[in-house]
Write a protein that binds this ligand. Structure first.
Ligand code: 6PG
Length: 248
């Protein structure tokens, strides 16, 4: 199967980017609902997607998205409780989830509060297998995955130099992140690369250099984590604002 070429869209500002990303979410969720299927979406962590999450809750998107047919997952989570300000769940819950009529059973958060992150990863993996009805050796296929980009080229909680980058068997891992001095829980490259569509969302001048490095033709050695994200049979969208695109 071909690996799709990245499709880059540059927006004047984060608000325009958030509107376009919300439009894409609405279009894809509606198409799945009309086909009588659930729309399985994987949310990104960090601060960049906050604008998108807020737009998804507001008109004209919040009242049009078929929330009862949307299943929400996360690409990664910090090892903190769900009400902690650093929690990726808390960010999405505060900006979006508590504002829309999505059934609680459709929200599948990673249990960052678990004392043993490896158990949180294993439990999340079991939940993915159950939801997607997959057996050992099979991969879940998300309809849409949102990802952010760190200034060091990490995405989700896949950081440069991490053993998690080479994981080919497990769906979810709990790597020690040396750069942060903490554990994280993260989906793995095979899961991301089995998605129907991946959308990176990158804004701000502080991301211009790393975006240039990710996009430059001669890949880095070793590749940056974000360069390992290439859906095998899906679309790869880069939604960036003009400031982040400043060095392209
Ligand atoms: C996280 C994210 C991480 C994030 C990037 C960018 O849990 O922090 O998964 O990969 O997307 O670090 O973060 P910002 O959007 O805050 O710049």
């Amino acid at each position: 199967m071909s690996t799709a070429e990245p499709q880059l869209r540059v927006f004047d500002n984060p608000e325009a980017l958030a509107r376009a990303a919300a439009e894409e979410f609405l279009r894809r969720a509606t198409a799945k609902a009309e086909a009588g299927q659930l729309f399985a979406v994987c949310l990104a962590g960090g601060s960049t997607p906050k604008g998108l999450y807020g737009r998804l809750a507001e008109a004209p998107y919040g009242n049009k998205i078929p929330w009862s047919r949307v299943a929400i997952f996360w690409g990664d989570e910090r090892t903190v409780p769900p009400d902690h300000p650093d929690s990726n769940f808390a960010v999405a819950d505060g900006a979006l989830l508590y504002r829309v009529p999505i059934p609680a059973a459709n929200v599948h958060r990673i249990e960052g509060e678990q004392p043993n992150p490896a158990e949180a990863a294993a439990s999340y993996e079991e939940g993915l297998r159950r939801f997607f009805g997959i057996r050992a050796g099979e991969l879940p296929r998300f309809d849409l995955v949102f990802l952010g980009l760190g200034a060091d080229g990490h995405t989700a909680s896949l950081f440069p130099g991490s053993e998690a980058l080479a994981e080919t068997r497990r769906l979810v891992v709990a790597p020690w992140v040396e750069q942060l001095g903490t554990y994280r829980v993260s989906l793995t490259c095979p899961v991301f690369n089995n998605a129907a569509c991946i959308m990176f969302i990158v804004t701000g001048a502080e991301k211009a250099d790393i975006l240039r490095r990710v996009f430059k033709a001669t890949g880095e050695d070793p590749p940056l984590p974000a360069q390992l994200i290439r859906p095998q049979d899906g679309e790869l969208l880069w939604y960036v604002d003009r400031e982040a695109a400043g060095a392209l």
